[in-house]
Design a protein around this ligand. Sequence first.
Ligand code: PEP
Ligand code: MN
Length: 383
Amino acid sequence: MILILTPNVDLKGDEYRRLMDSLASFPGIKNRIHQEHGTEVVLTEVYLIGNTSSLSLEEMRRLPCVERVVRVSEEYRILGRHKDDQRPTYFEYNGVRFGQDNLHVFAGLCAVDTPEHVEMMMKALQENGQICTRMGAYKPRTSPYAFQGHGKTCLPYVFQLAGKYGIKVIAMEITHESHVDEIREALQQTGNPTGVMLQIGTRNTQNFELLKMVGRQQEFPVLIKRGFGITLEESLNAAEYLASEGNRKVVFGLRGMKSNMGDPHRNFVDFAQVPVVKRLTRMPVCIDPSHSVGSRNGSPDGILDVMHATAQGIIAGANMVLVDFHPVPTKALVDGPQALRLPELPRFLEDIRIAREAYEKRVALWKVAGEEAIGKSSANSGQ
Ligand code: PEP
Ligand code: MN
């Protein structure tokens, strides 16, 4: 059960103390406090842990400082959607809103290679009205002999160039806790010209110690990718690890499943689960068409599979697209063959706009049907 307290409640005040005294009187019930610091208000939630089935919602609502009460089903206590759950389905970071109701494109380099390529990418993004990108500095590779990313040495120029071209959020995979410190230091050194969304890659989805560490910091939001060989439920539980440690600024990423049933795609595209994740949780949902499809193959209609997959995810309501681009794909150090090219960026964004508009029209279409159904049932109940 979650008690949502009145905004800006004073944790040193008498009312709050009375609430805590009342909670202490319920046998076998422990509590955990979570605070969310917004730009204007601080929201406090009290998680009641233990057998809460005997507690009535009415009784809880009457306690001091309590504004609302949500009874949670066991799964995904914090990030999940529960009955009558009005908690937000969005968060803000560095002036950018990430929610289940909007869409951002993170086009960029799979792996940072040279400052020239980073600059060409960022410039093209700015020219096309983009404020987010992806830039890999730490690359988990199958072979220990493959390029592992430039690591912290590239961070200063990546951040400076992002600032120069108005990029507000960079998705960047980290594979070790030291990477978070390196990112924080490089941002400070360069005067915080941009922001970073920490990415947990598919190989680390169940690296629980990494999740706990990333969850304990609330400075950076997190994009957690679905594990490529585990169930959706297991991956959503992995996301819940982040929130249970305190960080709720979490985006969930679908990136295809490892299975030869998906051949000739690199992974089996799983974007039909975008609405499932939105139904089960309050997280915005990201799709990664590049790592799902893994090639530049196209169909006879002249559209690349990567673009078809992108449109499929967006028309199902995706909120974020993570996609590999490269100014000179033949010189890319990682995943060049699947990268889209800079001249393709404007048309790719237009394709996304078309798919998003189609999604919005679909929502409007079915909203009318839903209202009609409600109208009919209330007419029936009146008879
Ligand atoms: C990536 O986005 O660069 C990446 C390695 O993705 P994934 O973890 O999904 O393989
Ligand atoms: Mn890649």
